[in-house]
Design a protein around this ligand. Structure first.
Ligand SMILES: [Zn+2]
Length: 410
C-alpha cells in the first residue's frame, strides 16, 4: 500500500507549482492555472475510483459511489484557488487529505453505506473579484447573481470569467444542492494560527467559524497650525483614534476567544505640521458567539462616542460588513472528535477566526471541520508549512471518521 501522507505532500508540492506567475504561487478564480489544477486533481480523483464533474462555476466534484444508490452522500471539500504569493496548503491540503481517504477505500475495494464526494471549490479567497466563496456559494445555492457584473482589475466581468472556463453564468442556480441527499460536510484545513503548535497537538476539531464585524470608525476634530495652536483646547482627531485603538485592544484581550484589529488609519489633511482634523480607521472584530461579539461592538461604539465627546469631537460609526458565527454540527463534530480520540490524541475544540467554505455549505447540511497544525501558525504566505506526520494523522482521523459514520448508518 502506498504511503498516503507522502502522496498528499507530493501533490501539494505539485499543485504549488501551478501558478499564474513563475516566481510565486497565485491561482485566482477561473485562471489558466485553475484550469490546469482542476485537470491534475481530476486525474487523481479518477485514479481513486471516482467519477468527476465540473459544475458551471468551476467547482471540481469527485464522487465515489456507495453500496447502493440513494444511500445519501457525505461531502468533503476545500478550495483550490489561492491568494497572491500563497502557501501550498491553505485549501489544497483539505482536498488532498479527503482524496487520500477515498484512495484507501478504492485500494481495499471497499464501499460504504453512502457515497463520498470530494469537492475542490473554485474560489474561496476572492482574489480576483474581491468577493469570497464564489465556489461554495454556488454549491450551497446561496450565490447572488448580481455578483456576475463584478469586474476584475482588467475589467473582465465575472460572467465572462465563468464563460472562459466553459461554464454558463445563467445556469449557476441549477448547481445549488438542495441538501436532501447530503449526510454532512467535513473540511480539513490548516489551522492558520499557532494554538495547536503551542498545545503540541497535530489536529483539533473546530467548534465554530467566528462571526465578524467590519466597521469604519471616524473621528472629526479641527485642523490647526502645529506650531501656533496650544495643546489646551486642541481637537486632534488622531489622538482620539489612538485612544480608541488601545480600547479595542483592551476589549479583545479581556474577552476570551475574541480577536479585534484596527488594520488601517487614514488622517486628513495628513501633513506633519497640521493638527489632524479627521481620521478614519478600520475595525475588524471576531468571535465564535454572536451575542458576545454584538455586545462588544455596542460597548466599543459607546467608548468611541465617549472619547469623541471628551475631546469636543464628532464620531462616525459605519458597519461595513457583518457575518454571523457558524457553529459546527454537534453530532458530526462528536464523531470527528471520537476519531481523534481513538487515535490516541487529546481533543481540543478550537474556534476558527478565518472564514471557510464550510460556512457556506452549512446552509444546506451539517458541517464539521478538522484543523491541522501548521508551522508558526503562518498562512497566506509562501512560508506556510505542515509536517508529513501531521498529515498522516489527518488522513487516519478522516478515515476513522468515515468508518464511524458508516457504522452509524448500519
Ligand atoms: Zn483556506
Amino acid at each position: 500500500m502506498t504511503d498516503l501522507a507522502a502522496t498528499v505532500m507530493e501533490r501539494c508540492e505539485a499543485l504549488g507549482r501551478v501558478s499564474e506567475e513563475p516566481e510565486l504561487l497565485v491561482r485566482p478564480f477561473a485562471s489558466e492555472a485553475m484550469r490546469r489544477t482542476n485537470g491534475l486533481v481530476a486525474d487523481w480523483m479518477r485514479a481513486a475510483g471516482m467519477t468527476v464533474l465540473s459544475d458551471e462555476i468551476g467547482n471540481l466534484i469527485g464522487r465515489y459511489e456507495g453500496r447502493d444508490e440513494g444511500d445519501g452522500t457525505l461531502v468533503f471539500g476545500s478550495h483550490l484557488d489561492t491568494v497572491r504569493d500563497a502557501g501550498k496548503y491553505d485549501g489544497p491540503l483539505g482536498v488532498m487529505v479527503a482524496l487520500a481517504c477515498v484512495e484507501r477505500l478504492h485500494q481495499r475495494n471497499e464501499r460504504l453505506p453512502f457515497a463520498v464526494e470530494v469537492v475542490g471549490f473554485a474560489d474561496e479567497e476572492g482574489l480576483r473579484f474581491g468577493t469570497t466563496f464564489l465556489g461554495s456559494s454556488v454549491f450551497a445555492g446561496t450565490f447572488d447573481p448580481r455578483l456576475l457584473n463584478l469586474e476584475d482589475a482588467d475589467g473582465v466581468k465575472l460572467s465572462d470569467a465563468v464563460r472562459s472556463l466553459g461554464g454558463d453564468p445563467d445556469a449557476l442556480a441549477k448547481d445549488g444542492r438542495d441538501g436532501s441527499d447530503l449526510l454532512g460536510y467535513c473540511e480539513v484545513h490548516i489551522e492558520q494560527g499557532p494554538v495547536l503548535e503551542r498545545l503540541g497537538l497535530p489536529v483539533s476539531v473546530v467548534s465554530a467559524i467566528a462571526g465578524q464585524s467590519r466597521i469604519s470608525v471616524g473621528f472629526v476634530g479641527e485642523a490647526g497650525h502645529a506650531g501656533t495652536v496650544p495643546m489646551e483646547g486642541r481637537r486632534d482627531a488622531l489622538c482620539a483614534a489612538a485612544e480608541f485603538v488601545l480600547v479595542v485592544e483592551e476589549t479583545a484581550r479581556s474577552q476570551p476567544g475574541m480577536v479585534a484589529t484596527v488594520g488601517y488609519i487614514t488622517t486628513h489633511p495628513g501633513a506633519g505640521n497640521v493638527i489632524p482634523a479627521e481620521t478614519t480607521l478600520g475595525l475588524d472584530l471576531r468571535h465564535g458567539d454572536d451575542p458576545v461579539r454584538q455586545r462588544s461592538v455596542q460597548s466599543l461604539r459607546e467608548r468611541a462616542e465617549g472619547i469623541a465627546a471628551a475631546r469636543g469631537e464628532e464620531y462616525r460609526w459605519q458597519v461595513r460588513q457583518e457575518s454571523h458565527a457558524v457553529p459546527t454540527d454537534p453530532e458530526l463534530t462528536a464523531l470527528l472528535a471520537r476519531a481523534v480520540e481513538e487515535l490516541g490524541y487529546r481533543v481540543e475544540h478550537l474556534p476558527s477566526g478565518a472564514g471557510h467554505d464550510a460556512a457556506q455549505v452549512a446552509e444546506i447540511t451539517p458541517i464539521a471541520m478538522l484543523f491541522v497544525r501548521c508551522k508558526g501558525g503562518i498562512s497566506h504566505n509562501p512560508a506556510e508549512s505542515v509536517k508529513q506526520e501531521d498529515v498522516a494523522v489527518a488522513i487516519e482521523v478522516t478515515s476513522r471518521f468515515l468508518a464511524l459514520a458508516a457504522e452509524e448508518r448500519r
